[in-house]
Design a protein around this ligand. Structure first.
Ligand code: RVP
Length: 498
C-alpha cells in the first residue's frame, strides 16, 4: 500500500462544534431522531445492552423518557423474554394481553402471581377465556393468611355482572367509564365475553405523565433486546419476537463476521421474523457498515473499543477513534437511508451533538446511565459516597462462571472456552457514582443536547446533521474546554470532574 498508515482517526475530544446563527426559542427545538428505518425516538438515547445497565426497570424508564432500552443477553432465553414481557405490559394505557387467573386458583397462587408481575388486579377467566370476575390484592386482605392455601379465587372475587368496555374502546370513552363508575380497572371484552384487554386508572394517568414515551402501534412501551449469532441465537431471537420485542440488536464486539451478517439476513427475510427491526453491530469502518446495509439491517451500530470499560484496543491493538468511525460508517449508511447508532465513549452531554454531526442518528450509553436508580445491582457505599457497579460485558465478571452462568461470551468470540482461566477478557469491572432516577439523568443529557442545538442554530436533528460543522482542536484546547485553574468545590449535576 502507498500509505500503510492510512488516515488520522479523531474522537470526541479532538473536535468541537462551531457556533451558528440562532433564531430559536427553546420550545422550537425538537430532538426527535431516527432509531431504525421504521422507528423514531423523541430523544435519541439508548441504554446499553449490559448486565449492569439494562434490565426491565431501566428499559421501562428509558421508553417513558422517549428513548429505548436494550435488554442485555447475559440471561437465559426465558428470563430475557420475560423481561421483554414485563416492559410490554407496563404503562400502556391499555393492556392488550392482561395476565389472568382461573377461578380455582388459590389465594396463595394469586399472591405469587401478583408479586411476579408486580400487578395487583386480575381478570378471572374460565377455560374458554371468558370473563367471570375480577380479583385484586384488596380481596386478599379479608382472608387470614393461614387460609390462603385453601381458599379459591372465586370465593373472594367480584363476580359478573361487571362494568366492562368493548374491545377497541377509544381513550375518551374509557376515561368516561372509569370516571362515571369510579373504577380502578376496566376489563375489555369481545362480543362473546372473552377478555381482550384491561385498562387501569394508574396506567392511564401515567401515560399522560410521559408525553414523550416511545410506544408501539398498540400504545405499549417499546423495548429492544440483544441477541448473538452462536448456538441457540435463533431460538433466542424468535422467543423475544414472540414476547413482543420491537428491536433486535445484534450484540457483538466485532460485527463484520459472516455468521452474524447471515443472521441479520435471515432475520430480515424469514416470514416469521422479517417484521421486527434489526440492528447490526458493532462496526467501525465504511465496509463493515456496508455489509450490514447489504444484509438488510434497519440500523447499524458503531463502536470498536471506545467504551469506558473496554480494553479491546489495548488487548488486540484494533479499533477506530469514535468520531471517525461514526463518520466512515455513515458514508455507507446515509445513501441507503439506514440510521447509525454511535455506541460507547460518551462522557458528557456535549458529545451527543458531536456524534449526531459526525453521522449518527442516536447514541448508546453505558457509563453515563450505569449510576441510575433503575439499573440492576445494589448501591455500594465507599467512603460515604454511593456507587453502582458497572462492568464490561467482556470483563472476567461477565464472561466467567463466577457468580452464575455466562450466556454472552460469544460477544467476544469466547463461546467455546469452557475453563475460566482460559478466558481472554476485553473489559474491566468497576463502579460509577450513583446518580438517582433516570428521569433526572436524561433531563441533563437532553438539556445539553437542546443547548447544542441552540448554539448551532439547529431546530431539528436533521438540521443539526446537515449544518453542523467541526473544528479540530489540540490537547491545549481540550484543557481550555474543561474547568481549569480552579479547584472545584461543588460538583454540577452534569459535570463531575472526571
Ligand atoms: P460507555 O458508554 O463508554 O460506557 O460504553 C458502553 C459500550 O461499551 C456498550 O454499549 C458496548 O458497546 C461496549 N462494551 C460493553 N462491554 C464492553 C467490554 O467489556 N469491552 N464494551
Amino acid at each position: 500500500p502507498a500509505d500503510p498508515f492510512g488516515f488520522l482517526g479523531l474522537t470526541y475530544d479532538d473536535v468541537l462544534l462551531l457556533p451558528g446563527y440562532s433564531d430559536l426559542a427553546p420550545s422550537d427545538i425538537d430532538t426527535t431522531s431516527r432509531l431504525t428505518r421504521e422507528i423514531s425516538l423523541k430523544i435519541p438515547l439508548i441504554s446499553a445492552a449490559m448486565d449492569t445497565v439494562t434490565e426491565s426497570a431501566m428499559a421501562i424508564a428509558m421508553a417513558r423518557q422517549g428513548g429505548l432500552g436494550v435488554l442485555h443477553r447475559n440471561l437465559s432465553i426465558e428470563d430475557q423474554a420475560t423481561q421483554v414481557d414485563l416492559v410490554k405490559r407496563t404503562q400502556t394505557g391499555i393492556i392488550t394481553n392482561p395476565v389472568t387467573i382461573g377461578p380455582d386458583a388459590t389465594l396463595e397462587e394469586l399472591d405469587t402471581l401478583a408479586g411476579q408481575f408486580r400487578i395487583s388486579g386480575f381478570p378471572v377467566v374460565d377455560s374458554d377465556n371468558k370473563l367471570i370476575g375480577m380479583v385484586t390484592n384488596r380481596d386478599l386482605r379479608f382472608t387470614p393468611v393461614a387460609e390462603w392455601a385453601t381458599t379459591k379465587v372465586d370465593e373472594v372475587m367480584t363476580p359478573q355482572p361487571l362494568i366492562t368496555g368493548p374491545a377497541g374502546i377509544s381513550r375518551d370513552d374509557a376515561t368516561l367509564l372509569l370516571r362515571k363508575h369510579k373504577l380502578e380497572r376496566l376489563p375489555l371484552i369481545d362480543p362473546d365475553g372473552r377478555i381482550t384487554g384491561l385498562i387501569t386508572v394508574k396506567d392511564f394517568v401515567k401515560s399522560e405523565q410521559f408525553p414523550n414515551s416511545s410506544k408501539d402501534g398498540q400504545g405499549r412501551l417499546m423495548v429492544g433486546a440483544a441477541i448473538g449469532y452462536f448456538g441457540d441465537a435463533w431460538q433466542r431471537a424468535t422467543a423475544l419476537i414472540e414476547a413482543g420485542v420491537d428491536v433486535l440488536v445484534a450484540d457483538t464486539a466485532h460485527g463484520n463476521v459472516r455468521m452474524l451478517i447471515d443472521m441479520v439476513k435471515r432475520l430480515k427475510t424469514d416470514p416469521a421474523t422479517k417484521d421486527v427491526q434489526v440492528i447490526g453491530g458493532n462496526v467501525a469502518t465504511r465496509q463493515g457498515a456496508q455489509a450490514f446495509v447489504d444484509a438488510g439491517a434497519d440500523a447499524v451500530k458503531v463502536g470498536v473499543g471506545p467504551g469506558s470499560i473496554c480494553t479491546t484496543r489495548v488487548v488486540t491493538g484494533v479499533g477506530v477513534p469514535q468520531i471517525t468511525a461514526v463518520y466512515e460508517a455513515s458514508l455507507a449508511c446515509k445513501p441507503a437511508g439506514v440510521p447509525v447508532i454511535a455506541d460507547g465513549g460518551l462522557k458528557h452531554s456535549g458529545e451527543i451533538g458531536k456524534a449526531l454531526v459526525a453521522g449518527a442518528d442516536s447514541v448508546m450509553l453505558g457509563s453515563l446511565f450505569a449510576g441510575c436508580e433503575e439499573t440492576p445491582g445494589d448501591l455500594v457505599l465507599v467512603n460515604g459516597k454511593q456507587f453502582k457497579t458497572y462492568r464490561g460485558m467482556g470483563s472476567m465478571g461477565a464472561m466467567s462462571s463466577r457468580g452464575k452462568k455466562s450466556y454472552s461470551k460469544d460477544r467476544y468470540f469466547q463461546a467455546e472456552v469452557t475453563s475460566d482461566d482460559k478466558i481472554v477478557p476485553e473489559g474491566i469491572e468497576g463502579q460509577v457514582a450513583y446518580k438517582g432516577p433516570l428521569a433526572t439523568v436524561a433531563h441533563q443529557l437532553i438539556g445539553g443536547l437542546h443547548q447544542t442545538m441552540f448554539y448551532t442554530g439547529a431546530r431539528t436533528v436533521p438540521e443539526l446533521q446537515a449544518n453542523g460543522r467541526f473544528v479540530r482542536i489540540t490537547s491545549a484546547s481540550l484543557k481550555e474546554s474543561h474547568p481549569h485553574d480552579v479547584q472545584m468545590t461543588v460538583e454540577a449535576p452534569n459535570y463531575s470532574g472526571f
